[in-house]
Design a protein around this ligand. Structure first.
Ligand SMILES: Cc1cc2nc3c(=O)[nH]c(=O)nc-3n(C[C@H](O)[C@H](O)[C@H](O)COP(=O)(O)OP(=O)(O)OC[C@H]3O[C@@H](n4cnc5c(N)ncnc54)[C@H](O)[C@@H]3O)c2cc1C
Length: 394
């Protein structure tokens, strides 16, 4: 059996792989190397509960004793700078080398910094890491007006928390609707209405041209390309992420919007795998490669790859699902719709909203707002791929 598993990235996917390997009886060495100073933590609360409550303990996936008890070496604040495939060896930023029998790239994503003037001014925040969330949370104590650039999940989650704290919020979105990449136009409209009712000002089809500063260098607002100026003492960059693929690319592995793998999450080099946000893997239910940015994919990839490594390989076949908490609204998505899939909106008896997405008469995805039972039944319905909707009880 393989002796040394080396994992680059201490996020949700890297952690899950290490934990699952031990659960499944893997007895070899496991080393997790990451550039984060904190032990592995969950990111979803960073834009939700953590901003409200500031409870850091709740973020950690396990106590430090877990790594010790499970013989998982955790190397924090160490960046991997190169892979040598011939020697099966990584180089760390302190010059050290570590050897692998199996290498797992779990390098996640980073914020895509848009070409907007002034985005490095003090008072402009991204929201990806625990440090980002700490800084933003401490500013929220005195914040009066925030502009969010980007109307996706993270921008909207921040907007909901900020409104609850009495902060004025404007959202600037270049697309014609909110969360346009991920949900149907019908659900976008419902979510937009909710945020407007909570006092968020939403500017669609508008571009942020620059973040502007007052004479002391601090942010004073955002200028839009149509000349409009939105005053703010804080700006949140929520413009999406890009996968961390540079190590793989420099090592000659195939990269197409993610590190390309087969159905066993294995790259063209049989000793190297990719999991989580950085992996471009075959859609279990379609002909294309997909890359997901979700806890579900990170966790299911980790579990699936652990089986591959311990010698019980099965192709990755998990249904994608996702959630986003925005104030008292829980948006959930089961399945994966294409942009032109049809969308049928219905309401549950309890007032929840459901959008069923379909293609060629088969349901591809179900979006729900405050309808968790329908979400669970959609996950069962779609577990083996697009399906007729006879089993979906709304
Ligand atoms: C604020 C926020 C809210 C979210 N909310 C939700 C939600 O509600 N629902 C949901 O499903 N998903 C949500 N997500 C997405 C989810 O957290 C991610 O999909 C998940 O964390 C992906 O895990 P990962 O391990 O693939 O990547 P990551 O968590 O990004 O971990 C990768 C790690 O690798 C490190 N790394 C990269 N390159 C190197 C290198 N060369 N050397 C060493 N280390 C390296 C990175 O610094 C990082 O620590 C949210 C994300 C954020 C940021």
């Amino acid at each position: 059996m393989t002796e040394r598993v080396l994992v680059v990235g201490t996020g949700q996917a890297g952690f899950q792989l290490a934990a699952s390997l031990r659960q499944k009886g893997f007895a070899g060495d496991i080393t997790l190397v990451g550039d984060d100073a904190s032990p592995p933590y969950q990111r979803p609360p960073l834009s939700k509960a953590y901003l409200k409550e500031g409870n850091e303990e709740r973020l950690y996936l396990r106590n430090l004793s877990f790594y010790h008890e499970n013989r998982i070496s955790l190397l924090r604040e160490r960046r991997v700078t190169a892979l040598d495939r011939r020697e099966k060896r990584i180089t760390l930023d302190d010059g050290r080398h570590l050897d692998w029998d199996i290498l797992v790239l779990a390098t996640g994503t980073r914020i895509a910094s848009p070409p907007i003037k002034g985005v490095s001014l003090p008072g402009v925040h991204a929201l990806r890491s625990i440090e980002d969330a700490r800084r933003l949370r401490s500013e929220m104590a005195t914040m009066r007006r925030a502009v969010v650039i980007g109307g996706g999940f993270i921008g909207l989650e921040f907007a909901a928390v900020a409104r609850e704290a009495g902060i004025e919020v404007s959202i600037v979105e270049s697309a014609g609707r909110l969360m346009a990449r991920a949900i149907s136009p019908q659900m976008s409209t419902i979510v937009q209405q909710i945020h407007c009712e909570h006092g968020v000002s939403i500017f669609l089809n508008r571009f942020a041209a620059s973040v502007d500063a007052q004479s002391d260098g601090r942010v004073c607002g955002v200028s839009l390309s149509d000349g409009c100026f939105l005053p703010a003492d804080c700006v949140i960059l929520a413009t999406g992420v890009i996968p961390n693929t540079e190590l793989a690319e420099a090592a000659g592995l195939s990269v197409r919007n993610g590190i390309v793998t087969d159905r066993y999450l294995t790259t063209a080099d049989p000793t190297i795998h990719a999991v989580g946000d950085c992996a471009a893997f075959p859609d279990p239910f379609g002909p294309t490669l997909i890359r997901l940015e979700s806890v579900q994919a990170a966790v299911d990839h980790g579990r699936c790859l652990a089986e591959v490594i311990v010698g019980r390989p099965a192709p990755y076949a998990a249904l994608p699902w996702f959630w986003s908490d925005q104030g008292k609204y829980k948006l959930q998505i089961a399945g994966l719709a294409a942009p032109d899939d049809t969308a049928r909106l219905t309401q549950t008896e309890k007032g929840g909203q459901v959008v069923v997405r379909s293609r060629n008469g088969l349901v591809t995805a179900v979006e729900t707002l405050n309808a968790p039972a329908v979400h669970m039944s959609a996950r069962k319905l779609l577990a083996d791929g697009p399906a007729r909707d006879i089993a979906l009880s709304i």
